[in-house]
Each structure stands twice: as structure tokens, then as C-alpha cells.
Design a protein around this ligand. Structure first.
Ligand code: HEC
Length: 295
């Protein structure tokens, strides 16, 4: 008759598995105080006790059927502490009689095969692996758990939210505070190439939108060139909605407008105009007398 695993070891194993599974799903240790976890743990412990009690009953019945000598060895074996019994078991080799019982009826080159029982720890790990696999695959397909794409989306949303939160605290340039700065030209070029080239063409030589390199301007809302550019990008054109209000529509922030305005100012003032002969669009509007001071 086989010796049974004591209840306290079964309880420890069950609690260990519960901890792993709960942690896996909640990804934090908060569950330790949740009623759901405590309830599941209590019910599991009660189930272990019931299983032990049923085991005891079966053991008693089997014990009654043993011969007296078998009873004596069983009682003697049971006195050995459980862990020592396990330790001894690890080194026990089969007696010749036992080997004969499990010898499989085939061999090769004189090598015979024994139908050994699989070790309990191995079987335990195997069944745990199978159960874990079923749990994992079903939660992968039926829930949001462990889905790389969904986790990525979630983290992406969180990051965007924190960037937005941060942007709210960053002071943004306004038409009053914006100034031309050489340092903004490069970043402004990138913003221009992403948002503006479709209409104003490469280097602002003009296409659907007017040539931005010459000194002819349809719109002249401000007294200085830099502020005029800032104003146009922030508010768009009242004559022609093709030029949208990039700032008012929330596409570009005040700081982005300051940068892209620096780039447009740079191609207009610090570079030679791209004339019609060089592939630029024909001048539109009139030639203003910009105030220099506030630039
Ligand atoms: C969908 C096409 C389109 C895009 C994209 C576009 N614009 Fe324009 N833009 C126009 C048109 C058309 C006008 C002329 C508006 C008018 O007639 O009043 C214009 C006018 C302007 C003006 C004033 C020019 C003038 O002579 O009055 C500036 C400055 C300007 N755009 C800058 C930009 C910048 C910077 C961007 C990128 C952030 C941009 N635009 C993107 C079509 C566009």
C-alpha cells in the first residue's frame, strides 16, 4: 500500500498554484487582500481536507484487507517522517522480483526495458503544464490577457495620454511671444516637409499654395513678416480655406508654429527667391513694407 502525501503539503501546493495563477492575471500583489482570492484559498483548503478524509477512509478499508505482516511493515513505514521517506525512496532500487513484474516483453542487443512508473514530481509538473497551457491559451484568445498587440495598444494610449498631459504644462508660443530663431529652422523644415510641401512644394517654391520665397503676399494680417507667417499658420486664410488654421484646428502647437514659421522666414529672407524661371510659382498678392524691428 502506498504512502499518501500529507494534507499540509497538498495545501502548500494548492496555495502556491493559486498565487501563481492570481499573480499571472492581475500582474500585481493587490489580489492578496481581495475577497475573491481569500475565498478561493479557503474553499481550496476545505477541498484538500475533504480529499484527505476520503483518503483516510479508503486507507482504513484497504488496511483491513492486509495480512498481519503487511500491516506490521505498513505501520513501521508510516513512523518514518514523510520527507525522510521521500529521500529514501529516491535511492531505492527495485528488487529482482519487482523488476520481473515490470519487464517489458521485448529487447534489443540484450538490452531490456522496464515499465517503470513515472515519478510523481514529473507527473505533477506534466499535469500542471497541461492545465497551465489550457488556461493560458484560452485566456489569450478569449480575454485581453498576454496579448502583445493589445498590451502595445494599451501602453501606446497611456504614453500618448502622458505626452498630452506633459504638453499641457509646456508653455506654448503665441503670436505675441513668438520670435524668429535660427535654432528653430531645422526643426521647422521637418514640420514643413511633413505638413506643407503637398501644397507649397519643396522649399516653398509654390504649387497649390503660393510661392513662399518671394516678397509678394496675399495676406498681410501683421506688420512684420515673421508674425504674418505665424498668424497665417495659426489661423489659416479667410479667403481660401485650402490653407487651414493649423493652430486653431489643433494640428500644430504654438511651439510647432514658431518653428515652421522660422523655416518659412528663413527661406524667404535668408535665401534668394525661387523665380518662375527656376520652377517657382508666379508671384501672388502685393509687396508689403514689413516692419523690421520686431522680427
Ligand atoms: C492643402 C494645401 C495647403 C497646405 C497643406 C498648406 N497650405 Fe499654406 N496656403 C495654401 C493656399 C491655397 C494659400 C493661399 C491662401 C489665400 O489665397 O489666402 C496658402 C497660404 C499660406 C501662407 C500665406 C501666403 C500669402 O501669400 O498670403 C502661408 C505663410 C502659408 N500658407 C504657410 C503654410 C505652412 C507653414 C503650411 C504647413 C504647416 C501650409 N501653408 C500648408 C495651401 C496650403
Amino acid at each position: 500500500m502506498k504512502r499518501r502525501t500529507p494534507a499540509y503539503i497538498n495545501i502548500l501546493i494548492v496555495l502556491g498554484l493559486l498565487l501563481v495563477v492570481f499573480y499571472m492575471f492581475s500582474q500585481s500583489s493587490d489580489f492578496l487582500t481581495s475577497k475573491f482570492f481569500i475565498g478561493t484559498a479557503l474553499i481550496s483548503i476545505i477541498v484538500v481536507f475533504i480529499q484527505t478524509a476520503i483518503g483516510d477512509l479508503i486507507e482504513n478499508e484497504k488496511f483491513k484487507k492486509l495480512t498481519d505482516t503487511e500491516k506490521a511493515t505498513y505501520v513501521a513505514e508510516k513512523k518514518v517522517p514523510y520527507f525522510q521517506y521521500l529521500w529514501n525512496g529516491a535511492f531505492k532500487s527495485q528488487s529482482e522480483k519487482e523488476e520481473k513484474d515490470i519487464l517489458i516483453d521485448h529487447g534489443f542487443d540484450g538490452i531490456m526495458e522496464l515499465d517503470n512508473q513515472l515519478p510523481k514530481w514529473w507527473l505533477g509538473l506534466f499535469y500542471f503544464g497541461v492545465a497551465y497551457c489550457v488556461l493560458y491559451i484560452s485566456s489569450y484568445f478569449l480575454t485581453d490577457f498576454a496579448h502583445p498587440i493589445k498590451e502595445y495598444d494599451q501602453e501606446y494610449k497611456e504614453q500618448i495620454a502622458s505626452v498630452e498631459e506633459y504638453m499641457k504644462t509646456v508653455p506654448q508660443a503665441t503670436i505675441e511671444t513668438a520670435k524668429f530663431s535660427e535654432d528653430n529652422v531645422e526643426e521647422g523644415r521637418v514640420i514643413f516637409e511633413t505638413n506643407c510641401v503637398t501644397c507649397h512644394a519643396a522649399e516653398g517654391k509654390g504649387g497649390i499654395g503660393p510661392n513662399l520665397t518671394d516678397n509678394f503676399w496675399i495676406n498681410q494680417p501683421e506688420k512684420t513678416l515673421f508674425k504674418t507667417i505665424f498668424y497665417m499658420v495659426e489661423n489659416g486664410s479667410t479667403n481660401n480655406p485650402t490653407m487651414q488654421a493649423w493652430g486653431k484646428n489643433g494640428v500644430l502647437t504654438g511651439n510647432d508654429i514658431e518653428k515652421v514659421a522660422a523655416y518659412v522666414y528663413h527661406i524667404n529672407q535668408e535665401k534668394a527667391p525661387i523665380t518662375q524661371a527656376q520652377g517657382g510659382a508666379a508671384p501672388q498678392g502685393t509687396q508689403p513694407n514689413w516692419e523690421k524691428a520686431a522680427e
